[in-house]
Design a protein around this ligand. Structure first.
Ligand code: ADE
Length: 405
């Protein structure tokens, strides 16, 4: 911490804008320079967020941060993990229209919840959300708890989400750290570390705690720093919009010209490969052959065109034909593409199968579905790409892969 303070002092010495609270008397000023930065930052963030035109108008921002419906915060945060805000803008209201309360979500079937989540990817979030709603009904009388310990006992609710709910719904002085917040804090203090580095994480939670404790409106300050990270303090290779940043005068990375190198990049382990051979079979009446994946593992319980997976190579056309009991129309696949998930590169080959002669031949695997019903099924983005294209329903296909915010 002392080293960080030293950097701040040096940057100020070099003539960059000052970090101290010059307008206030020395007696009012907090003694600890870190605490002073927290107080100044919290004030600047709150003023910035409350100034019209700075924060985006998002569907869950209809009520001030600190006074929101905790269920709405829970659903929004579940959707926002891994998915861009722009994609949530219409999906969140749609989800809430279908499941308007925690008890309505708890009472729904998993298939219905997954179908409503379809296309957003990372389906574990939807399963956890559903399980969390059931736990809220069973163990908390249908009301989301307001303390972080109880919140963290809910499936899928980690430290960040618990802090977000406690602050955005109940205006509690609870910290939050996600990728956006981490970037702002690392740059603000000029700390050269990767956002997800273990040691840096402890430091980040400490900084976020200092910030939120210094806040008059903890919900607003937490949402402001999230928003700043998402819209102003942009990650490389984009240039941060420092000229629009309320923390610019306090920012060590800006003073030192190191914003492009903070956060540092942690090397990632290679994703594993999976080889998926998908068979598209369309019956004369237009029905498509689909099957439900088993529970557990990737895309658990979701629907797909009949698919054979291998870890070392693709199944040959012959193997695919034998395993599915279906004749294959051509010697080569119709399409090849790679679908990337967090942990895997899934190499798809898409084949066309020839349905039997009878009107309703009993397939060895899967069942026939009317293509107009596809949008009711929980489908991964990869399977949407395959099935919707074949069904000629391209117009119903939203943007494919959700990208991080
Ligand atoms: N408001 C609530 N959660 C948010 C998030 N994750 N990013 C931006 N603004 C938010």
């Amino acid at each position: 911490m002392a080293a960080e303070s030293g950097k701040i002092a040096r940057s100020n010495d070099r003539g960059s804008p000052r970090r101290t609270t010059s307008a206030r008397s020395a007696r009012q000023r907090p003694v600890d320079p870190q605490a002073a930065v927290a107080v100044e930052s919290a004030r600047a963030l709150q003023a910035w967020f409350n100034t019209p035109g700075n924060a985006r108008a998002l569907p869950w921002r209809d009520r001030p941060a600190g006074e929101r419906d905790a269920y709405v915060v829970l659903v929004a945060e579940a959707m926002l993990q891994q998915t861009q805000v722009s994609r949530i803008a219409d999906r969140l209201p749609k989800f809430l229209a279908r499941f308007p309360t925690v008890s309505r979500l708890a009472a729904a079937s998993q298939d219905d919840v997954l179908a409503e989540w379809s296309g957003l990817g990372y389906y574990r979030r939807a399963r956890n959300l559903h399980a969390a709603a059931r736990m809220v009904v069973d163990s908390h009388g249908g009301e989301l708890p307001n303390d972080v310990e109880s919140l963290r006992s809910l499936p899928g609710v980690g430290r960040y989400t618990a802090g977000a709910i406690a602050s955005l719904a109940f205006d509690k002085h609870e910290p939050i750290v996600d990728g956006n917040v981490a970037r702002v804090l690392l740059r603000l203090h000029g700390k050269k570390a990767a956002s997800d580095d273990r040691a840096a994480q402890a430091w980040l939670w400490e900084q976020s705690t200092n910030l939120v404790r210094a806040a008059k409106r903890p919900g607003v300050v937490n949402e402001a720093i999230m928003e700043l990270g998402a819209t102003v303090c942009l990650p490389a290779p984009a240039a941060p919009r420092c000229e629009r940043c309320p923390l610019a005068s306090l920012c060590v990375a800006r003073a030192q010209g190191t914003t492009a190198r903070i956060p540092t990049v942690k090397s990632r382990s290679a994703r594993k490969a999976l080889y998926a051979s998908t068979l598209l079979v369309r019956r004369r009446d237009g029905a498509l052959l689909v099957e439900q994946r088993p529970g557990g593992g990737m895309w658990s319980c979701m629907w797909q065109a009949v698919t054979v997976e291998r870890h070392d190579r693709h199944a040959t056309a012959h193997e695919l034909s034998v395993e599915t009991g279906t004749r294959i129309a051509a010697d080569t696949p119709d399409e090849r593409f790679i679908h990337r998930t967090t942990h895997r590169d899934v190499h798809f080959e898409v084949w066309t199968g020839v349905p039997g002669r009878a009107k309703s031949p009993r397939p060895r695997r899967g069942e026939w579905v009317d293509p107009r019903r596809l949008s009711e099924l929980a489908l991964s983005n990869a399977q949407r790409r395959i099935l919707f294209r074949d069904a000629g329903l391209f117009h119903e296909l939203g943007p494919l892969s959700p990208r991080p915010r």
